[in-house]
Design a binder for this molecule. Structure first.
Ligand code: ZN
Length: 165
């Protein structure tokens, strides 16, 4: 099935249109790793939400699953062995518009590689890493951290695709 789909809609870089990968190696090389703090929580991002990375993320948000999966593959390099990932919930409307949940796809792909993933019900006593696509104001991170703390968990880090400059 995937083979037939590749023929009709070939996998193509969401930034430069090169065939074969949803986010190609040369576009990935242009990203500059970000390490900042939002509301006292350490944040790691693949790059700034600008230029190359911004265009790829917009393609992902338009529903390009090949771009989402390729970005998730780059993203998994920010995740460490043993990290317990919790995707920041996407609002229902956003999910309907794009057909899938960006943070969910990222967390799934990253956990396939090195980390584990938990649902909101299993937070008590756990130290977790939040996953989101773009860090804008940091309010979402602070809100989620408070919710997780109320459920008995602790956020040690947030990993995002991009950080708003
Ligand atoms: Zn590219």
């Amino acid at each position: 099935m995937r083979g037939a789909l590749d023929f009709i809609f070939p996998v193509q870089c969401g930034r430069c249109d090169q065939l074969g990968n949803g986010f190609c190696a040369s576009c990935y090389a242009q990203c500059e790793l970000q390490q900042i703090s939002a509301g006292g929580i350490a944040v790691r991002g693949l790059g700034l939400y600008a230029g190359t990375l911004r265009r790829a993320i917009l393609n992902m948000k338009d529903g390009r699953r090949d771009v989402a999966e390729a970005l998730a593959c780059c993203f998994s390099r920010l995740v460490e062995d043993g990290d317990v990932l919790v995707p920041v919930p996407t609002t229902f409307v956003r999910r309907l518009q794009r057909g899938f949940d960006g943070a969910e796809v990222l967390a799934m792909c990253a956990s396939a590689n090195r980390a584990t993933r938990v649902d909101a019900e299993a937070l008590a006593g756990r130290t977790v890493v939040l996953v989101d696509d773009v860090l804008t104001t940091g309010v979402t991170v602070t809100d989620c951290a408070a919710t997780i703390a109320a459920a008995g968990g602790l956020v040690k880090r947030t990993v995002v695709l991009a950080v708003n400059p």
